[in-house]
Design a protein around this ligand. Structure first.
Ligand code: ADP
Ligand code: MG
Length: 698
């Protein structure tokens, strides 16, 4: 058995392999493309393709695929084998530069939100050389972007790369003003912490709701849940350990920096965090991680649930998006510096983020909006749907001092003037661990905590990168024209703090009173559902910013709104249909059967003891019958409500119907079913209960 350093990245066509297998010239040009985004010459592409194929075939690969991330939120691949017939009846393995650079999958079944007419159904995929190719199973996977022939992005990678470009461009303008003449690129990095549940496959198979929707649509709370917090960081069970070991091996072979693993708050809930990497690679890796988690779970007789809220009343799963920006020489721009001058630069970048989060609360909120995540945000376990920022006491005091022109307590000087040599040196505050803030500064990075566990992290990072790029653009425009840089800088930081102070909140984000204050006093947005949030992607200010930075075209924005809302509506309709089926075909019959059994028992008793009163049986039968009646009635009601969905004028209205007329009735139907579960003998209940599911893995 080889050691981790020996097999880490063994399935990746990474820099080591490139250097070893390409000629010096080819390697240099490829490196230039990767580092600086320069165009790839076809001669170079042919040489790279040849080396990639030889390497892949040497590792047992027979196929290649352009691996991409359509707007469904998962990854897509169509496999082609390398074989090419030779005249003598044999085959040779071939792969050309053209095939490497561009693919043309028949993409007519991927959502395009009207961007691609059916007559030109073929989109094309284009190699993203900044993300290494890798082997999965017997297939060489080439990370690619996916576009329509009109050049519109049909995927999540294209706008992500554009947002990284915009951020880099604007950040460099700022750094030049601070005298940095050497920086060529500024990159955003992300470390996504991934939560998930593990349950046994055997039980999963017995629950249509889990199989069709990824979450339980029924289920009474178990007698023991997460009250004792005895699962968090608890000893990991042997079967789960075996899963994690296997998972780590698979991830490491793919060059994914899986680092931390532990049990989470809820029973059966776990977390995996990788070491952070460049945003687009972190995004590719997170997609792969989710896929491999599910695959490896299967090998262990388990199912990995990535849904945001698999169990009502039990903590759901999220993803913490730890985000920072750094120069190509590795300077973290969100890290307070050693000198006052560096600190002025740090404060400017900090202000850019503050301004971005306040100005584009709506974009951040909608970037994480899905039917699944709606169950989590604001449920006293995850951040609320209201966006606010946590900075910690130290930074807060610094900002306050600047805003009010008052002395900062940590400073020996009397007055703070920014950008010149009187800015105090302050230490980064690592100790403060506010866990309830949707967007927390954690020393040298921001932790955006609203993402759902199944979300692609692309969307959140596109919006985050773009919004911060926009703040920096506005700052750079002003500062480049300023007569006195330091005064202009000071004024601008001061103005940002004054204008955007409302977004900073250091208290308990789960508190009801906060939501009231946020909305009523501070005027912060509270888009509780996907139906509320998503239409705002087309608000004038958002369109202006996103198209201005060339992150999206207006058509792409329209299509994204439609696709995300369609996804929301379809997911809920599938849930509602599944509920109707389960209630009618499984739950109601079980309740009836149990009532009949009790009745039978009662009459049998009466046969033996004629004057027995059977009070218990009567009461129970009455209750069960009442509940069965209610289940019947609510099932009909849900079915009737569902008929309104196809009648909606457009997708926005359909979203409102889902929000107002479907989801509430689903809750109405669930209530009597869950009550009935607690009154029905376990042997009669048609599927595994919460207790079985949550405590079933040994
Ligand atoms: P927590 O206490 O919230 O679980 P961790 O220390 O486990 O936090 O780190 C969470 C994630 O943050 C990890 O993926 C880590 O690699 C990442 N991270 C650390 N520093 C940075 C940074 N400068 N930029 C982006 N991500 C970072
Ligand atoms: Mg965290």
């Amino acid at each position: 058995m080889s050691t981790v350093p020996e097999y880490f990245g063994s399935m990746v066509f990474d820099d080591r392999v490139m250097r070893a297998s390409l000629s010096a010239d080819v390697y240099q040009s490829l490196r230039k493309t990767i580092d600086e985004g320069s165009e790839l010459d076809i001669g170079v592409a042919n040489a790279v393709a040849q080396a990639m194929k030889d390497w892949a075939v040497g590792h047992g690969a027979t196929h290649f695929t352009h691996w991409f991330q359509p707007l469904t939120g998962i990854t897509a691949e169509k496999h082609d084998s390398f074989i090419s017939p030779a005249p003598d009846g044999s085959v040779i393995m071939e792969f050309s530069g053209k095939e490497l650079i561009k693919g043309e999958p028949d993409a007519s079944s991927f959502p395009s939100g009207g961007l691609r007419a059916t007559f030109e159904a073929r989109g094309y995929t284009a190699w993203d050389p900044t993300s290494y190719a890798f082997i999965k199973g017997k297939t060489l996977c080439i990370p690619t972007a996916f576009c329509s022939y009109g050049g519109h992005a049909l995927d999540k990678k294209t706008p992500l790369l554009r947002s990284m470009e915009a951020l880099s461009h604007e950040a460099i303008r700022i750094l030049r003003l601070f005298g940095n003449d050497t920086v060529k690129r500024v990159v955003s990095s992300v470390g996504p912490e991934q939560e998930y549940f593990l349950i046994t496959k055997e039980m999963y198979e017995k629950r249509p709701d889990l199989r069709f929707t990824g979450r339980t649509l029924f289920g009474a709370r178990p007698p023991k849940g997460q009250e004792l917090s005895d699962h968090y960081f608890g000893v990991i069970k042997p079967r789960v350990i075996a899963f994690m070991e296997d998972l780590n091996d698979e991830l490491w072979k793919l060059g994914i920096l899986a680092k931390t693993e532990h049990n989470e708050v809820a029973p059966a809930q776990h977390e995996l965090a990788p070491i952070y990497s460049t945003t687009n690679i972190a995004t590719d890796h997170n997609q792969l991680t989710m896929e491999i988690m599910q695959k490896v779970a299967g090998r262990h007789g388990l199912v990995c649930l990535l849904h945001e809220k698999p169990f009502a009343g039990v903590n759901g799963s999220g993803k913490h998006n730890n985000w920072s920006i750094a120069t190509d020489s590795g300077q973290n721009l969100l890290s307070p510096g050693e000198t006052p001058y560096e600190n002025a630069q740090f404060l400017l970048f900090l202000c850019a983020v503050i301004k971005a989060v306040d100005d584009y609360q709506d974009l951040l909120r909608l970037s994480v909006a899905t039917a699944g995540n709606d169950h989590r945000l604001g449920a006293n376990e995850a951040p609320p749907a209201v966006i606010s920022m946590f900075l910690g006491d130290e930074l807060n005091a610094v900002l306050e001092a600047i805003e009010t022109d008052t002395p900062y307590k940590g400073s020996e000087r009397m007055q703070m003037k920014l950008g010149v040599d009187v800015l105090p040196k302050f230490n980064r505050d690592n100790t403060d661990r506010n866990r309830t803030s949707p967007f927390a500064f954690t020393g040298n990075k921001f932790e955006f905590r609203m993402l759902g566990s199944s979300n692609s992290i692309a969307c959140a990072n596109i919006m985050l990168n773009a919004a911060v790029a926009e703040s920096l653009r506005i700052y750079a425009d002003r500062l480049e024209k300023a007569e006195d840089f330091e005064t202009a800088l000071h004024d601008m930081i001061k103005k940002t703090i004054k204008d955007h102070r409302r977004i900073i909140f250091n208290g308990n984000g789960y508190d009801e009173a906060w939501i009231k204050e946020a909305v009523c006093e501070r005027g912060l947005l509270n888009y509780r559902t996907t139906a509320d949030a998503m239409p705002h992607i087309l608000d004038e200010k958002n369109v202006k910013m996103l198209t201005g930075l060339k992150v999206f075209t207006i058509d792409e924005l329209r299509s994204r709104r439609d696709i995300m809302l369609e996804n929301y509506c379809k997911s809920v309709v599938i849930e509602a249909n599944t509920m109707v089926d389960m209630a009618r075909m499984q739950i109601a019959p079980a309740v009836e059967a149990y009532a009949a059994e009790i009745a039978k028992a009662a009459s049998a008793k009466k046969d033996i003891v004629p004057d027995i009163d059977c009070g218990y049986e009567k009461a129970l039968i009455k209750k069960l019958s009442g509940l069965a009646g209610e289940i019947f009635e609510k099932t009909e009601k849900l079915e009737t409500a569902l008929m309104k969905v196809p009648g909606a004028d457009d997708i926005v209205e359909e979203g409102y119907i889902i929000r107002d007329e479907i989801l509430p009735v689903m809750s109405e139907l669930r209530a009597p079913c869950d009550k009935a579960e607690l009154l029905t003998a376990k042997s009669f209940w048609p599927f595994p209960t919460y207790q079985d599911l949550l405590f079933g893995v040994d």
